[in-house]
Design a protein around this ligand. Structure first.
Ligand SMILES: Cc1cc2nc3c(=O)[nH]c(=O)nc-3n(C[C@H](O)[C@H](O)[C@H](O)COP(=O)(O)OP(=O)(O)OC[C@H]3O[C@@H](n4cnc5c(N)ncnc54)[C@H](O)[C@@H]3O)c2cc1C
Length: 361
């Protein structure tokens, strides 16, 4: 598959041209052998609007390096939205494909790969940007600790171990999605599509697919059977002695987080780990967070504690810890084991001497 994405100005619009951004099903249309998604960039859709257009189906599809021309965009617009839909100006255009590829190794010595440089796949499902940002967030604090010289041996290699299986999974699901969306004619994939559609209507199937597509269900194997260790810390709304905040806001500094949930208390910004006492007032995943302590990596992964995310916390927080990555643990890298291993975890992952004085061992 080869396709075009471009920003255009329209000199004329038929009634079928979407005037507002809505559900994707209302933006997609086909005709004359093309499929097309078209939506206004300003959400208004008047004559002044620029439009984003994505289309494919041209036969033969030009090579990916061939510049996008106004003629081909104009022809596609007219074929899908009728002759009164005329191109005014092509602002820019580029080509993409559904190629599905991934580097075998994300680290080559001092060179580390993240984002589309490490993995490409069909844009179906809209997962690429999220995947790349999560690569960067996973890598950033490990790289910083390595550059500072206080990372334990092997910490940087956990980047590949944790992130490679996640992208492999996305590549697999986007390929499956491509087949399910457009089953090859006369293939059994059409029957498979019906089965998958039925499963997606079930709450558990729906939750599974949502966790998969959003990336919220990813859990790294940190060597602990507790399903919350290695899972994402939910972005709880919190009240501290310093006022209202959220877990995400507390993690913005790129530090680890030692969060004691229960009553509002001080926010102490450390050199590498911030200590915060807070009352949780809301959870986006619907769970009532238990009181207790949780240690969170700078990339929002729970590594232990005696509250949510550690031993003694709720067994399962809905919406998290559904998919377990198959990352092989790199040799020589130890992993924490919940409450008993917390000081080991922090010294291993965060190297914060103050933690060992916290009476948390
Ligand atoms: C049509 C389409 C729709 C998409 N829709 C979604 C979506 O809805 N949701 C989603 O999550 N993802 C979506 N994606 C995927 C998403 O766009 C990419 O995964 C994401 O942009 C990758 O980000 P990146 O920073 O890794 O790479 P890029 O965005 O490719 O950024 C790399 C940058 O490096 C620059 N560069 C390259 N070589 C050099 C060089 N030698 N020197 C200096 N600079 C260089 C490039 O110009 C570019 O600016 C879509 C992709 C396409 C094609």
């Amino acid at each position: 598959m080869a396709a075009v994405t471009a920003d255009v100005e329209l000199a004329g619009m038929s009634a079928t041209v979407p005037r507002s951004v809505g559900h994707i099903s209302g933006l997609v249309r086909s005709g004359g052998g093309y499929w097309m998604m078209l939506h206004p960039l300003d959400g208004v859709g008047g004559a002044e609007s620029g439009f984003r257009v994505v289309f494919g189906g041209a036969d033969p599809a030009p090579d990916r390096q061939t510049p996008v021309t106004p003629e081909e965009v104009g022809a596609a617009l007219a074929a899908v939205h009728g002759p009164e839909t005329a191109l005014g100006r092509l602002r820019w255009g580029t080509r993409f494909s559904d190629a599905s590829r991934q580097l075998a190794a994300y680290r080559h010595g001092r060179v580390l790969f993240a984002g589309d440089a490490a993995h490409i796949h069909s844009p179906i499902g809209g997962q690429g940007l999220n995947l790349g940002v999560q690569d960067a967030v996973n890598l950033g604090w490990k790289l910083a600790a390595t550059v500072r010289g206080d990372a334990p041996d092997g910490l940087l290699d956990t980047y590949h171990a944790e992130r490679h299986p996640v992208a492999a999974r996305v590549l697999a699901t986007s390929r499956a999605q491509g087949v399910i969306m457009n089953p090859p004619p006369d293939s059994d994939a059409a029957a498979l599509r019906e089965v998958v559609a039925d499963l997606a209507r079930l709450p558990d199937g729906n939750r599974y697919l949502a966790g998969l597509m959003s990336g919220l269900a990813i859990r790294y194997d940190l060597g602990d059977e507790n399903p919350l260790v290695g899972a994402r810390m939910p972005d709880l709304a919190l009240v501290t002695a310093a006022g209202a905040t959220t877990v995400a806001a507390l993690l913005c500094g790129g530090h680890g987080l030692d969060l004691t949930l229960g009553a509002p208390g001080p926010v102490e910004v450390g050199e590498r780990v911030d200590r915060v006492a807070a009352r949780a007032v809301d959870s986006p995943v619907g769970a009532e967070p238990a009181a207790g302590r949780v240690l969170v990596r700078p990339d929002a992964r729970r590594v232990g504690g005696d509250g949510p995310g550690g031993r003694g916390g709720p067994a399962v927080v809905p919406g998290s810890a559904v998919v377990r990555g198959s990352a092989a643990r790199p040799r020589g890298v130890e992993h924490n084991s919940g409450l008993a291993g917390l000081s080991r975890a922090e010294s291993l992952l965060l190297k914060v001497p103050a933690f060992t004085d916290s009476g948390f061992t």
